[in-house]
Write a protein that binds this ligand. Structure first.
Ligand code: NAD
Ligand code: TYD
Length: 344
């Protein structure tokens, strides 16, 4: 199959491109704008693979998208490209609407015109909003996004529904819980805490630290997306989760222990506005219908992840010494949004 992967230089996308190049005979075109979050080092060594082509460009560039779909005779699209960080969407929502909503619409329209046979939209569990102490999201849970990021993803997710209902376009939507693993940009919880701990910097826990996320190893997520690409039913939605709920504070403590650092590094900071309390995924549908399940248990996945960040210090040190430092200062420095507060 000729597959267009968007956002293939990001965290999950690069893990997915690697899975395709290592484990299938497919041809892969990776369209990625290389924003602050995109990094070709994530796919170092694959440049010369004859089954792989990288195109630097914007999913909002209609002519470019059309050209790739035609020239490469694309049969399937797996759409990861997005602005992906909730905190950045609080600071500036506009780019989230452009990339996540308009970009998805352009991809859908051009893919439909080009006769693409399978389209996987990588959505998120954040479209469902927040849970209380009980219950889990199922695919029919009403969408109630709370952050600009989640609202932009929900819009894109609903556009996919509309393209299926209106045009019978064969699109499948996946809604996944929080991923972790190698190549995750160090602004997200787990890599940020690992990097800060290794540098003996404070570990900024938002609010009371009791927000719950369901963590899934990125390799397992990629296998789930691949199962949906190959065997998913057009028009269907698939929840993907790790069956692994953790409170942020417990997770940070676990990381500190794995790294042999002091718990005194843990610092409670002002909460994220609109911070979703709890996510939990019921992934029964993909497990029964597509025979997928998460294979990597959390302790193993976390140890693997910590080891990767230990062994690949240059990768994250280069990121943290570049543009990211100005973002970090803005958010966590003196007068930043997350500088004070938390439980007394
Ligand atoms: P990421 O930020 O690491 O990667 C996003 C990639 O998209 C980057 O390489 C970036 O350069 C590229 N990109 C951004 N704007 C673009 C544009 N206009 N045109 C082309 N490329 C562009 O994100 P990630 O964590 O790998 O997430 C990938 C997808 O999975 C996203 O759609 C996200 O919403 C979804 N998702 C992520 C998680 C998670 O825990 N990380 C969970 C559920 C769903
Ligand atoms: P994050 O990795 O940003 O993912 P998401 O917001 O998509 O769930 O955050 C995961 C959880 O960790 C979330 O509850 C917010 C919290 N968090 C902190 O407590 N401190 C931090 O510095 C970050 C980045 C996140």
């Amino acid at each position: 199959m000729n597959i267009l992967v968007t956002g293939g230089a990001g965290f999950i996308g690069s893990n997915y491109v690697r899975l395709l190049l290592e484990g299938s005979g497919d041809r892969v075109v990776n369209l990625d704008l290389l924003t602050y979050a995109g990094n070709l080092a994530n796919l170092a060594g694959y440049e010369k693979d004859p089954r792989y082509r990288f195109v630097r460009g914007d999913i909002c560039d209609r002519e470019l998208v059309r050209g790739i779909l035609e020239d490469e005779k694309i049969e399937a699209v797996v759409h990861f490209a997005a602005e992906s960080h909730v905190d950045r969407s609080v600071e500036g929502p506009e780019i989230f609407i452009k990339t996540n909503v308009l970009g998805t619409e352009i991809l859908l329209e051009e893919s439909r015109a080009a006769g693409v046979e399978r389209f996987v939209m990588v959505s998120t569990d954040e479209v469902y909003g927040s849970l209380g102490d009980d219950g889990q999201f199922v695919e029919s849970t009403p969408l109630a996004p709370n952050s600009p990021y989640a609202a932009s993803k929900a819009s894109a997710d609903l556009l996919c529904r509309a393209f299926f209902k209106t045009f019978d376009f064969p699109v499948m939507v996946t809604r996944c819980s929080n991923n972790y693993g190698p190549f995750q940009f160090p602004e997200k919880l787990i890599p940020l805490m690992i990097a800060n701990a290794l540098e003996d910097k404070p570990l900024p826990v938002y609010g009371d630290g009791l927000n719950v996320r369901d963590w899934l190893y990125v390799g397992d997520h990629c296998l789930a997306v691949d199962a949906v690409l190959r065997n998913g039913v057009p028009g269907d939605i698939y929840n993907i989760g790790g069956c692994n709920e953790m409170r942020n504070l417990d997770l940070v403590r676990m990381l500190v222990d794995k790294l042999g650092k002091s718990h005194d590094l843990i610092t409670f900071v002002k909460d994220r506005p609109g911070h979703d309390r709890r996510y939990a995924i019921d992934a029964a549908k993909i497990m029964t219908e597509l025979d997928w399940k998460p294979d990597v248990d959390f302790q193993t996945g976390l140890s693997r992840t910590v080891d990767w960040y230990l062994e690949n210090r240059v990768w994250w040190e280069e990121i943290r010494s570049g543009d990211y430092t100005s973002y970090y200062e803005k958010m966590y420095g003196d007068g930043g949004r997350h500088t004070s507060g938390g439980p007394s």
